[in-house]
Design a protein around this ligand. Structure first.
Ligand code: SF4
Length: 285
């Protein structure tokens, strides 16, 4: 199956392709819903998923200006409340007032379009931009995170399409029409930083950015996008470790029963396994 001409690339689509071309095809080209349970402890998984969704929703509402007291009154479980209070404390000391939540940007690349959906982009006082991504899954090692498509795609798209944010022409809004964006507004890559904030640990992993990283990202992303566009067949990965928590494992006959949650948590800390952390976030929440 070939790629549609208007296909919109995202970090998760690219990560799926890198981990397993078949998974990319099943999820993004065939849009195959597969109902298999991801873990044996479905009830625990569902509860964690709810907490993760609630937490992200709270932060989105906060960024939209809803008073924190009103939001806190809606929290009905201890874990989410602990994450929330920890996050508020971190924000107070690390984030400026100008914040763009749930921002979506896109840029052309290799004849296609690449998009990024940010939890938050903050404009610092010096005009620099800070990408913040909230994580409720277990904290991985920085080296693993550095190689993830999210860490490569997010600063790249911001450097290409987010210069108007640095110029400070708009405040806390995500309602952006194309005429608001001037192509001459560029941001130097050195003015971009990216932070993952981990709710369970209350700690961060931070990445800087520069022109060399931007250039390398562009080269790699263009190569992958070009490769995908040229394919009509998408082979399953030969590394079956990637199948352990994949939703399509029964479809691909890579095992009917999924791994359990404790195994998943161990796997997330294992840098030798190329797992889709976003997929895992969905599972582990
Ligand atoms: S089960 Fe394995 S081969 Fe099939 S899509 Fe998932 S990762 Fe790829």
């Amino acid at each position: 199956m070939s790629l549609p001409a208007d296909f919109l690339f995202s970090q998760s689509a690219l990560q799926d392709y890198v981990d397993c071309p078949r998974r990319f095809e099943l999820r993004y080209l065939r849009e195959l819903e597969w109902p298999a349970l991801e873990t044996r402890q479905a009830r625990e998984q569902e509860e964690q998923a709810r907490q993760g969704r609630d937490f992200h929703h709270l932060l989105h509402q906060q960024a939209m200006g809803v008073p924190v007291e009103a939001l806190e009154a809606t929290i009905d479980d201890e874990t989410t409340l602990r994450w929330w209070r920890s996050c508020l404390g971190w924000q107070e000391h690390h984030l400026p007032a100008t914040r763009h939540a749930e921002l979506v940007l896109s840029t052309p690349l290799a004849g296609r379009r690449l998009m990024a959906r940010y939890d938050l982009v903050a404009r610092m006082e010096d005009g620099g931009l800070l990408i913040v991504d909230w994580k409720t899954g277990r904290m991985p090692r920085a080296a693993l995170l550095a190689g993830r498509m999210q860490t490569i795609v997010y600063p790249y798209v911001l450097a290409s399409a987010g210069g108007w944010l640095s110029a400070g022409r708009l405040d806390n809004t995500k309602t952006i029409s194309p005429e608001m964006i001037r192509p001459d507004e560029m941001i130097r890559p050195e003015m971009i930083r990216m932070i993952y904030w981990f709710a369970e640990e209350g700690r961060t992993i931070e990445f800087g950015y520069d022109e060399e990283r931007r250039r390398q990202a562009e080269e790699r992303l263009a190569t992958i996008i070009g490769e995908i566009g040229a394919r009509s067949e998408f082979a399953p990965t030969t590394d079956e470790r990637a199948c352990r928590f994949c939703r399509y494992r029964s479809f691909c006959e890579r095992g009917v029963e999924a791994g359990d949650l404790s195994e998943l948590n161990e796997a997330k800390a294992d840098e030798s396994i190329t797992l889709d952390l976003d997929e895992l976030e969905e599972i582990a929440f």
